[in-house]
Design a protein around this ligand. Structure first.
Ligand code: 5GP
Ligand code: MN
Length: 316
């Protein structure tokens, strides 16, 4: 694995012609916005670009320009390219089957502290609030024109990863870039309203999920649980973790989401505990204040395994 600079990333772009772009499964605003902005930048440079993602796309992000360019693994099949660019992913397993279908040298552009270094080239900046900040810097350094469409995608990428400029990862640079994106046509109210809109099923799920909230370590840990029988339709679980996170005295907020009878997806948010360290113990990753992993077993087993790691970290 070779660590590369911004300038070296631009050189890699310049010297190659065909690109495949991908990002992590469970796509979020940062991965989608970054992919679509980079897609437009590369296309504007005359490159041949394919975006492929190995997961279902959350419909709220349909507002993003170039959305229709995203292909599934089945649509793409096997593909050769000069370079596979992997955005916002810190380990090889985070891109699902994309690694198997694409035959190309690899470049990883990412901002996760837990990044393992799994590609031929890597541009990592763990101080960036979002991968979208890195894509912005690339476009700026290339002196390419920043279109309104790029601005919408990059604003969505950055704003969603820093809680709309509220989380600890929000730096002066994050806001300066945000301001530039507004100057280039991104409308924060339009983007925020579109992303805040939830389906009736999602609201019903929220009501049920909140009733599962349980507290441990004298209220320093709050866990909400979503079992697979609670997920019938098109519900989004993305915002659920924000509720336990708000509660006074809660340091670590957890959502346990049952995938099937033997696997549980874990999302964590924290005020002081480094939850990326907790996630790493289960083969996951993320950031100090927001991380995730998957744990094998039933919901109860996953909760016990997780609590065994978190309790000592909150002083229990
Ligand atoms: P979320 O809880 O929103 O799914 O994820 C929070 C953060 O942890 C994100 O930065 C995400 O990329 C990371 N993350 C979540 N799940 C996993 C996982 O299973 N593996 C790794 N490596 N990172 C994860
Ligand atoms: Mn990100």
């Amino acid at each position: 694995m070779k660590t590369v600079t911004e300038a070296e990333v631009l050189a890699l772009i310049k010297e190659n012609r065909s690109f495949v772009l991908t990002a992590h499964v469970s796509p979020d605003g940062d991965s989608l916005g970054s992919l679509l902005a980079l897609y437009e930048f590369l296309t504007s440079q005359g490159k041949q670009v394919t975006i492929v993602l190995d997961d279902i796309l959350p419909p709220v992000y349909r507002i993003l320009p170039h959305w229709e360019a995203i292909r599934s693994v089945d649509e793409v099949g096997r593909i050769n390219a000069d370079l596979l660019i992997i955005l916002d992913a810190s380990t090889a397993d985070r891109i699902g089957r994309v690694g198997e279908i694409v035959h190309a040298p690899t470049l990883n552009i990412d901002h996760h502290v837990s990044n393992r270094g799994f590609t031929d080239h890597r541009w990592l900046d763990a101080d960036a609030a979002a991968t979208g900040e890195l894509i912005y810097r690339l476009i700026e350094k290339a002196k390419a024109s920043l279109t309104k469409e790029m601005a919408i995608n990059l604003y969505t990428a950055i704003a969603t990863d820093c809680g709309f400029f509220r989380y600890a990862n929000t730096k002066p640079a994050t806001m300066r870039i945000g301001a530039e994106l507004l100057a280039h046509g991104a409308e924060p109210n339009v983007i925020a309203e579109a992303l805040e809109t939830v389906s009736m099923n999602t609201m019903r799920l929220t009501v049920r999920a909140l009733q599962t909230m349980a507290f441990f370590a004298e209220g320093k840990i709050a866990i909400i649980t979503v079992t697979k029988d609670m997920l019938a339709n098109d519900e989004s679980t993305d915002e659920l973790i924000t509720y336990p996170r708000k509660i006074e005295g809660v340091d670590v907020a957890v959502m346990l989401k049952q995938r099937d009878d033997s696997s549980v997806k874990v999302s964590m948010r924290s005020r002081t505990v480094d939850v990326s360290q907790v996630a790493l113990q289960f083969g996951g990753g993320g950031h100090a204040r927001a991380a995730g992993c998957s744990i094998e077993g039933s919901i109860e087993e996953a909760r016990e395994k997780l609590l065994a790691v978190i309790l000592p970290k909150v002083g229990e």
